[in-house]
Ligand binder design. Sequence first.
Ligand SMILES: Nc1nc2c(ncn2[C@@H]2O[C@H](COP(=O)(O)OP(=O)(O)OP(=O)(O)O)[C@@H](O)[C@H]2O)c(=O)[nH]1
Ligand SMILES: [Mg+2]
Length: 443
Amino acid sequence: MSLIFVQVGQCGNQVGHEFWKIAGKERSQKNSGFQGGLFHGNGYARCIMIDSEPKVIQRIIGENNELYNISNVRFSQSGCGNNWALGYNFSGNSKGMTDRCAPEGYGKDMLLQDAMELLERELESCDYAKACVVIHSLSGGTGSGLGSRLIEEIRNKHPTMYIISICVAPFAHGDTPMQHYNCLLSLSHIQSFCDAVFMFQNDDILRAINRATTKAGHTTLQTSHYSTTDINKYIASCMANIFFPVQNDKGVWSEFDCFKFIRNLCPSFETKFLEINTNAILESSAGKFSSWQYIADDFAKHIPVFMLEDNIPCKSISTKIMVRGGFQTIHDYSIVKKALLNKAFAPVEWLLYAPNQEEYLTFDVSHAPALPGHRISNSLTTCSNRSYIVSLLNHILSRAHVMMESKAYLHWYGRHGVEESMFDECFATVQKVIDDYVLLYQP
Ligand SMILES: Nc1nc2c(ncn2[C@@H]2O[C@H](COP(=O)(O)OP(=O)(O)OP(=O)(O)O)[C@@H](O)[C@H]2O)c(=O)[nH]1
Ligand SMILES: [Mg+2]
């Protein structure tokens, strides 16, 4: 049972690359438990790499070894200039690679059609494909626009296959004036066509890295010194801890169970935004293991428990706790549960009276060392469906509204076939997500 990764745009490919580097290294360890879920038998990653310009993919393929199948690569020439509409209705030709350095000539086919063909080929090579995981940014033209379009096409072609979006939200005061529109349009598409969304926010990740590095004694490093690669390693580490195989107490390995994961964490269609945190930050976290009490308390301390714009406490409808490296004593389970439940992931009030409240906080414990190839023996990773997401959605919606009122930049979208009516629909979809979350979290 396999997962197929679709990496779109610069961010999608760079994050994916960090993930596969970790996976490649862990897979080569003795008794790593990897079966056919993430890799083909010949060692190639189960991913396809798509971009509207060549440079990022060419660099990744050029620098890399034996991880990627070069016939799973397609790019075009021009880029999408941070314009969602250009990515969504992308009309550029597609090109592949004949070998690791040389691109082949541009074909007649369109990038979107070629990407879908590659995906179909990958699906056919699986005994049973469980899910498609799309990695992309919410704000770049290709990742957001073409990413949204691909997700929509995959859903139309495979109505029952799980689709997970792994998306990266831009810095709140960041890059381009169009980022708020792009985020709005892609969020609406993700909501409509995906089963689960792993939402990573660049601002939050920088804070997490800063905390971990300071704790590890590198107090002279300032936030501004961290690179995009550091952020990507953090995201990749979260993904690794979620997707890698798990070993039970009898030594039997099992691969990521998409069905169970989505059923536990995204119980309704309306609320499927997940927030992932880990203490396994590569490099800075390599070192000695301290007690689970210490790890859980320290972890909980850094999870935001209030919404950003006001002082309303964040509540969770479901949380999964992934423990790697096994528990040392019979008390560790309840220690970790108590610390995370009381200090970080408080449940919504009505859950306290629900008959199935045990399902609210689920544990996955792997008894094998966490990431031995990276000298990390124990890790704690959480995946939570919480009201915290409402802060981000409100921020995006309000910024996009302000721009919309003055009709700023709309002609750039209209030029590529995205009219005001589509914006209106997307405003309504994202507002509905906010309303549904708020309703769910009311006492
Ligand atoms: N975490 C992270 N964020 C990135 C990375 N690359 C870009 N971003 C963020 O993603 C947004 C830009 O998206 P890109 O992925 O660069 O754009 P693209 O999808 O290639 O689209 P175009 O270049 O506009 O065609 C900005 O908010 C960046 O801060 C990355 O490698 N990691
Ligand atoms: Mg780009």
